[in-house]
Design a binder for this molecule. Structure first.
Ligand code: ZN
Ligand code: ZN
Ligand code: FE
Length: 798
């Protein structure tokens, strides 16, 4: 159906003086109320013509006096709806066929390749929130209320163009009220694809573990009662299931941890409003903006000492992940009298597996964890986790890119062939690219089992369909055993293998559009080096297709290989062994923490170190953190990735004073200048010597917190000193800071402080994670540009 109006003065316009334009607008312009905006703009300016969605973007045919058209085109850009992201406007003067003097919204047309994008899911808007709470409103208390300014998008879209028949709303025919609003260009729900109400749309249902309906005045009140009683609720949401419990109840949280097999890993919480968040956490202005943005990520905040929340939410960590409600169902849940005003909201999955999305999956997989299931019947087409972000200084850094961010693409200043970057192993993602655009996928999770691989493959197929990209090349990690590398190889396309830390560096370069070479400090857990050793504490001179390793951290022995990653005490042992240059177990000078471990274990590992049996070497920064955490007896074994490093950082943070940044340089003069070594070819940061210094402090009875802080100072200073030398050597002043260890905000803030003072320009990941979630972006750029230069027979290869 089309919608028309006739400009009142149209009869006065002399047809011979009219000019026609065809205007193509690309970017995120579908599902954000763009056509209604164009329609009302045309009405205001008395422009006749048509507007329609196509898979190429929004196409407008406009006829009016040339002055009017100028104003019209300018306003298209300047007055666009807040959620629209225009990447290009192409205007071609043309004879356009217009019926009479009307302006019409006409049906969508298909096209060959999708140069437009669907928007990400958007948190409930204020208008809908007001209607939700208004007893007079048609959608009072309706858990699936939405409009053109808010609601599900990416999670319900099957393909483009973004129209109701291609979403999971296609099974809900609209009632006359909804249809009327959907068809009314003056209504907030005009062409809101997920538009629905209690009469015609999806609904909630509360069932017990046997899938029997729970009798209660409403599904939500029943759910709130369960939570109030300290029970575990599995709640089907926007991009998958959550597991929820009362955030104040230590025993409920403990029960969830036991049932989920997640002893220590921090649990994110949701609170009803900003006021409640401020009650429990410190919130800066930037953090407030992030919390309330329509993306509504989980924001890492500093917990207040006075907070009465369960102490086992994030053991040994000062930060806590907090988000505000983003769906109407979550808002309504908090409006229930008995609902606790802080809920744990953690991914509804079996640890290590993707989050459940379908009712069947949620019932089956979460049966042994949840006491009740709050289900709904709007299918989730694409699984999307909550995003996680943090503010450092005044800048937002996305740590997990998913809901609210995906599928937003990035424009890059280089042209690449259609291709896929396959990602890494941990915190996996993939990235599609074509010409000047790249589309990083949502966070997939650790790619270690069949279920995650299936999620990965499904997401690749879905995103390929959504953007109509058919890869001509594949790019994967050098690591031969990553499932993502296997996937890339099996595609049968020209394959490019990219070194892990080079990909880390180029991901940041791509985000900031940097073409010139940089000095990249990549502090990371594990990455495969081309010399068959494990890298992870690297300083590279990197450009977009090649790199040189200029410096790295000392090698640490890794007794037991992968096992040592889960058991930091092995790194503690290794560093003592290496410092003592092969002393016996008795003479190594075991720390108090290590002495508590069984003699048997210590002997086995000592023997491994002595024989170097199953003991690779690594320059990994993550393992250095592990060694220090073990020696300070912060943690000898971990239950989640990065735990030792995170707890070490937290302990150091507690030891800081308001002037800690100024103390970094004071510390610099005493120690770290002599901690660099040049072997004639490249530099080495003598990080084992850090350990020696820290052990001396430990022997002096310095507190573990101060020593943890000292360790950060050593690292910050030695990196700063080496960058000064490398910059003199190369003439490069652009620094990239990236890798999983740079998520340590103490390290990042410290380096920003010292490097800025030295007039370096610093870049790090903001919208793209600097952990392995960003690897796929770096890969597609490197591989894509290598492919281009390969085919042009004039480029150089890295
Ligand atoms: Zn809304
Ligand atoms: Zn309805
Ligand atoms: Fe990495």
């Amino acid at each position: 159906m089309s919608h028309q109006f006739s400009p009142a003065t149209s009869s006065c316009i002399n047809k011979h003086e009219r000019n026609g334009l065809e205007i193509l607008i690309r970017g995120t312009v579908q599902g954000v109320g763009f056509r209604p905006f164009v329609y009302s703009l045309a009405a205001r300016l008395k422009v006749s013509g048509t507007v329609q969605n196509s898979s190429n973007g929004v196409i407008i045919h406009a006829v009016a006096a040339s002055e009017t058209l100028k104003v019209f085109c300018l306003a298209l850009k300047n007055e666009a709806p807040p959620l629209a992201r225009i990447t290009s406007i192409d205007i071609v003067p043309k004879k356009v066929s217009v019926t009479g003097d009307s302006f019409t919204i006409i049906p969508s047309v298909g096209g060959e390749s999708a140069n437009t994008s669907i928007p990400a899911d958007i948190a409930i808007c204020d208008d809908c929130l007001a209607e939700l709470a208004d007893p007079e409103d048609h959608r009072f208390g309706y858990p699936f209320i939405n409009c053109t300014n808010c609601g599900p998008r990416f999670t319900i879209v099957e393909r483009i163009p973004y129209d109701r028949p291609y979403t999971s709303m296609k099974v809900f025919p609209m009632c006359p009220v909804c249809k009327g609003q959907y068809d009314d260009p003056g209504d907030r729900r005009f062409h809101a694809q997920p538009n629905a109400c209690a009469h015609c749309g999806p609904h909630l249902e509360l069932v017990d573990t046997q899938n029997n309906p729970v009798t209660s005045s409403s599904a939500l009140s029943g759910a709130a009662t369960l939570l109030h009683q300290g029970k575990i609720l599995a709640m089907r949401g926007l991009g998958g299931f959550h597991l929820c419990v009362d955030g104040y109840s230590e025993s409920a949280v403990a029960k969830l941890r036991t049932r989920k097999g997640r002893p220590d890993k921090p649990l994110a919480v949701m609170m009803p409003d900003l006021e409640k968040v401020k009650h429990h956490c410190q919130v800066t202005e930037e953090e407030e903006q992030l919390l309330t943005s329509h993306k509504r990520p989980i924001v890492l905040l500093r917990k207040k000492k006075s907070s009465t929340l369960a102490s086992n939410l994030a053991p040994n960590i000062m930060e806590m992940g907090v988000m505000l409600p983003y769906t109407p169902a979550q808002q309504l849940l908090f409006m229930e009298q008995s609902c606790p005003d802080c809920l744990v909201m953690t991914s509804g999955n079996i640890s290590g597996n993707p989050i459940c999305t379908s009712n069947e999956d949620g019932m089956e997989k979460l049966q042994s964890i949840a006491d009740g299931h709050l289900l709904h019947n709007r299918e989730i087409v694409t699984r999307v986790d909550d995003s996680v972000a943090r503010v450092v200084g005044k800048t937002t850094h996305v740590l997990r890119r998913a809901r609210g961010y995906v599928p937003n693409g990035l424009e890059i200043p280089w042209e690449i062939p259609s291709g896929i970057g396959c990602g890494a192993g941990l915190k996996s993602s993939f990235c599609l690219g074509r010409k000047n655009s790249v589309y990083p996928s949502q966070h997939i999770g650790d790619l270690f089992n069949l279920e995650s691989l299936e999620f990965y493959q499904e997401s690749v197929d879905h995103l390929k369909k959504v953007f109509q990209i058919e890869p001509e090349i594949a790019v994967c990690d050098l690591h031969p055993d990553y499932l993502s590398s296997h996937y890339g190889k099996k595609l049968g396309l020209p394959l490019y293998q990219v070194q892990h830390h080079h990909a880390h560096a180029v991901a940041v370069m791509a985000e900031h559009g940097i073409t010139e070479p940089v000095l990249a400090v990549v502090f990371d857990g594990t990455g495969f080096g081309p010399d068959n050793t494990i890298w992870g504490g690297e300083i590279l001179q990197a450009d977009l297709t090649s790199y040189t390793r200029l410096a790295h951290l000392d090698h640490l022995l890794l007794p037991g290989g992968d096992l040592a990653v889960a058991e930091p005490w092995r790194l503690g042992m290794a560093s003592l062994y290496q410092l003592s240059e092969g002393d016996s177990l008795e003479q190594m000078g075991l720390t108090a923490g290590l002495k508590q471990l069984s003699q048997e274990k210590l002997k086995v590992v000592h023997a491994m170190l002595a024989s170097e049996f199953n003991t690779p070497r690594t320059s990994s920064c993550g393992r250095l953190f592990d060694a220090v955490a073990s020696l300070l007896n912060i943690r000898q074994e971990i239950s989640y990735e990065g735990q030792a490093a995170i707890e070490l950082e937290s302990l150091a943070r507690k030891a800081t004073t308001s002037s800690w940044l100024n103390q970094i340089s004071e510390f610099s003069n005493t120690a770290s200048k002599s901690l660099l070594h040049h072997d004639g070819e490249k530099w080495r940061i003598c990080s084992l010597e850090f350990v020696r210094i820290l052990l001396a402090s430990l022997a002096n009875n310095t507190s573990p917190g101060s020593i943890a802080l000292q360790f950060h100072y050593l690292l910050i200073n030695s990196v700063t000193h080496i960058l000064q030398r490398l910059s003199e050597q190369t003439g490069i002043k652009r620094i990239v800071l990236t890798g999983g260890c740079m998520q340590n905000s103490l390290l990042l803030e410290g380096l920003f402080h010292t490097l800025t003072a030295d007039n370096f320009t610093i870049f790090t990941g903001e919208d793209i994670p600097i952990n392995d979630g960003g690897i796929s972006l770096g890969q597609i750029i490197i591989g894509g540009l290598q492919h281009v230069s390969c085919n042009s027979h004039e480029g150089h290869q890295g």
